[in-house]
Design a protein around this ligand. Structure first.
Ligand SMILES: *Cc1c(COP(=O)(O)O)cnc(C)c1O
Length: 225
């Protein structure tokens, strides 16, 4: 039960925020340049409320349908809450995603770019878009190939998508730092500012290597069942 009470949620939030500030200072960065996205996937509204009550406003979900079930009511209560889609997006869900989300971190192929452009036109809503890069060259993972980053960014801009930056999910059970450093290099080489990288196990490392958005679930909400 302790996991669910407000006091505990506040403590976890304070701990993660504190660690971000510390990592940013070590790297001579302004902590305000790092957005903490609380990834609330699988967790019910009752577990999200304490963080909203504590003043937190950036959240992430990985499935459009789950977000549609949880977030319309929360957004009504907290209109300034920003919702980030961090999971894979199917083209047929682009319209729903544009309607509900304020940022999409998983743009990774032409069909999704086209579908998002069409949805943005129709809804007159333009969520920030991150190009997801398959940084560890894993066949099962989402993300475009590293070599395709320039052409994909060009296509996103041509389609009118607001390009916020690059996003990656490094291979599990390996040291993440080299992958974060590689994403930072790709961002620099391609002149984009945003870097969505770092999760519960490695967000401090990500901040030290330049992350502008860290996506933290477990460290804020506890283990997912
Ligand atoms: C679930 C998820 C996270 C959060 O993972 P934790 O290890 O629980 O912090 C971050 N990014 C993506 C893309 C996710 O799917």
């Amino acid at each position: 039960m302790a996991l669910h009470d407000h006091h505990d949620a506040r403590d976890r939030l304070a701990n993660v925020r504190g660690a971000i500030v510390k990592a940013a200072r070590l790297a001579d960065r302004d902590p305000a340049g790092v957005t903490l996205i609380a990834v609330s996937k699988t967790h019910p509204v009752e577990q999200i409320m304490p963080l909203l009550a504590a003043g937190h406003r950036s959240f992430g979900e990985n499935r459009v349908q789950e977000a549609q079930e949880k977030w319309p009511g929360l957004k009504e209560a907290y209109p300034d809450a920003a919702l980030h889609l961090v999971g894979r997006l199917q083209s047929k869900k682009a319209d729903d995603a544009v309607q509900l989300f304020d940022a999409i971190h998983s743009v990774d192929r032409y069909s999704v770019i086209t579908a998002l452009a069409k949805a943005m036109e129709k809804r007159n809503r333009r969520p920030d878009c991150f190009l997801q890069v398959n940084i560890g060259k894993e066949t099962q993972k989402g993300g475009c190939e590293i070599a395709d980053v320039p052409v994909m960014l060009k296509e996103m801009r041509k389609a009118g998508l607001p390009v916020a930056g690059l996003m990656c999910v490094p291979p599990v059970d390996t040291e993440a730092a080299p992958y974060f450093a590689l994403l930072a290099k790709l961002a620099r080489d391609n002149g984009v500012q945003g870097m969505s990288m770092g999760m519960s196990g490695d967000y401090e490392t990500a901040v030290m290597l330049g992350a502008t958005h860290v996506r933290v679930g477990t460290a804020l909400f506890g283990e997912r069942s």
